[in-house]
Design a protein around this ligand. Structure first.
Ligand code: C2E
Ligand code: CA
Ligand code: CA
Ligand code: CA
Length: 277
């Protein structure tokens, strides 16, 4: 405990009381993280499973903490979601991500970027205008930006979420349902959402080779998505075998450690060059 106090409390614990000293300390650390530019944009590649072509990446946040080193999102994102800090993190990610896409574009790459949204982002009525302004400022086509939302994010307040999603979609952005299969949404309303893509949760993909039920879930999700006119991304591809099986099942895109781990955004263009070589 002494060591922890010395380092400043960073780790989020589900049991954390929001009025506790630990919670207040984490809040002030997060405030500093945003002010002092301690957040980092990491990018994980997404490829076409048939051709192997790099299509773009998913933006994943990291926190370069002055004492703790690189902090993973699961150690602060849930806390940020509960306390409302997530809105500032999302705005930071949108700014950093769109700026990065502009850099790729200037090097001749039309790569897309996916950014994760949380419930509070979807309840923010200013979000569509903000995103539109950033795309305009950096002269990046809206069709290159994809926003990932989970089923539970939408189910928190489906009416308001749907309004925001519709506005974002009208701007020309792509929308993706993340962690598909883990939430409670009904398939019936999936068709009413203005989405373009389903991402199969990595738990199914990673068990697919061992567990026939998971393989069947993957297969039927791909079928369902295609019937609804959506493209399908599999995450958690760790082996060549998983890649081959998914390609055979008709999955469109893939992401996973077996293709590329999340990397600092400034390494992206070098990684793409070695992938193509
Ligand atoms: P997610 O959106 O489902 O992101 C995919 C996670 O799976 C990433 O973890 C990625 O590193 C990991 N992953 C990708 N391929 C593999 C694989 O082959 N094997 C394994 N074991 N893992 C793989 P990461 O970066 O730790 O992010 C965890 C979660 O934190 C994300 O899950 C997302 O829910 C949240 N998150 C990360 N960045 C942001 C952000 O900027 N905003 C918001 N709202 N949430 C974020
Ligand atoms: Ca995601
Ligand atoms: Ca996911
Ligand atoms: Ca997740």
């Amino acid at each position: 405990a002494a060591k922890r106090r010395q380092l400043g409390v960073v780790l989020y614990e589900p049991s954390m009381d929001h009025r506790s000293e630990a919670s207040l300390s984490l809040m002030s650390e997060l405030r500093r993280a945003i002010e002092q530019q301690e957040l980092r944009l990491y990018v994980q590649p997404k490829v076409d499973l048939l051709t192997g072509e790099v299509l773009g990446g998913e933006a994943l946040v990291r926190w370069q903490h002055p004492q703790r080193g690189l902090v993973q999102p699961m150690q602060f994102i849930p806390f940020a979601e509960q306390t409302g800090f997530i809105r500032q993190i999302t705005i930071w990610m949108l700014e950093a991500g769109i700026r990065e896409m502009r850099r790729w574009q200037d090097q001749g790459h039309a790569h897309k970027l996916s950014i994760n949204l949380s419930t509070r982002d979807l309840l923010d009525p200013d979000l569509p205008a903000r995103v539109s302004l950033l795309l305009e400022r950096h002269q990046v086509p809206a069709t290159r930006l994809c926003l990932e939302i989970t089923e539970s994010t939408i189910m928190d307040d489906p009416q308001r979420a749907l309004q925001t999603l519709q506005k974002l979609h009208d701007l020309g952005l792509r929308l993706s349902i993340d962690d598909f299969g883990t939430g409670y949404s009904s398939l019936a309303y999936l068709k009413r959402l203005p989405v373009d893509e389903l991402k199969i949760d990595r738990s199914f993909v990673m068990n697919m080779e061992r567990d026939l039920d998971d393989a069947r879930i993957v297969q039927s999700t791909i079928g369902l998505a295609h019937h609804l006119g959506l493209s399908v991304v599999a995450e958690g591809i760790e082996t060549d075998k998983a890649w081959a099986l998914l390609a055979r099942l008709g999955c469109d895109e893939g992401q996973g450690y077996g293709i590329g781990r999340p990397m600092p955004a400034d390494q992206w263009l070098a990684w793409v060059a070695t992938w193509q070589a």
